[in-house]
Ligand binder design. Sequence first.
Ligand code: HEM
Length: 431
Amino acid sequence: MNSHHGQRTYFRSFLLHFRPRSVPERTLKLSLTWGLGGTAVVLVFLLFGTGLMLKFVYEPLPDRAYDSILYLKNHVPFGQLVRNIHRWSANGLVFVVFLHFLRVFYTGAFVAPRQTNWIIGLLLFAAVIFSNFTGYLLPWDQIAYWAITISTSMLDYLPGVGSELKAWVLGGDEPGPRTLMNFYAIHSAILPALLLIALPFHFWRIRKAKGLVIPRAPTEDPAIKGELVDSMPHLIIREVAMAVLVIAVVLLIAMLFDAPLAEQANSGMSPNPTKAPWYFMGIQELLMHFHPIFAVLVIPLTLLMGLISIPYIKYQDETTGVWFISHKGRKMALLAVIVATLVTVCAVVFDEFASGTELPGPPDMVSSGLLPFAIIISLCAGFYLLVKKLFNASNNEAVQALFTLLITAFVVLTVIGIWFRGTGMQLMWAA
Ligand code: HEM
């Protein structure tokens, strides 16, 4: 054996400690995963790498932070590029993880034995959002300062514990030196540590489930697993190709677009409109229509409980690996998208124009809290029962339609909040 060959065997056996020796051939199809989980992993690597570099320059003190970013931009070779890669990977990660979550849901990859991984996934999702959120403050510019001010002010509405929780998170009444220290510690130590622990756990659970779900047509027998192929080269080569592509795209975006940096934070002058980071705009939009307790607590908590319980519902059919369950399931999901988009847009527009003509009536908690919440719950239940009956569908298909309805509504609210709210958070036609 020549030494070149020896090195290769060595490398291969090293690699196979991380990757399975063989995988079902059918799980290699791009149309199963769309490479989304792998893309998320690559972005996490990019974030760790660039984050460690940024640590050498960034100073987490209100009177130093902004200048340290300017210094990075103006005096550190490739400093701006490193910041751009970090920023765009972070935003990309939220988006990609959301898509990965959708693919896992719509291929039924959450039922046993994968239910724990669904829960770990939700935890990872939260870690990604809060990493992004805590990082948002660090440049200490106007955008950062006021986005954190408005997002943390949502905590005020939590009954009982709200203002204390907010004071604890901020380390004071408004963002200040303590906030920056807290956010920096959480952003650069706590959450990365959490990710480093949770991610291997996520991958280990995939191995325990003997790999990914096997993609199949609705009529195919789930017991047929197909052939196994060696990971090297079949899986590894795809993973490497995907990684190279992701890195190339991120690099290109980072070269073309600079991460935003507004003027230095000024606690005396808020921009108009003041918006939360984009992934919280759905909640900020809810706040414009519902009593705050419902917008920041009851509705998000209900949705979260729904997400956690998804794997534990008793389903009629075994549908793992089938996109959208069936032809019927696909049609029902499409209907849900259309209904949710129309209803959400109409409700937002109606609320905007009806709100000026407030009549004396029941207290706010009822009129903009309990009552609309009860209406929404009834509409959802009604939708579930109606589509189930109308399509003569299984509960798998009806649950999928309801999930689609709610996710679409949330996406529509987010889009409205990001693009269709202008000065004074008035509804406007996007410029
Ligand atoms: C930082 C965030 C995340 C990373 C890096 C990540 C990574 C991965 C990777 C690499 C895979 C295998 C390839 C693929 O499915 O694309 C995977 C599978 C999986 N992920 Fe994630 N994931 C994350 C978040 C989530 C979330 C939010 C959920 C759902 C709530 C989730 C649930 C799952 C499940 C159930 C599987 C197994 C799918 C199957 O067996 O077909 N993950 N993840």
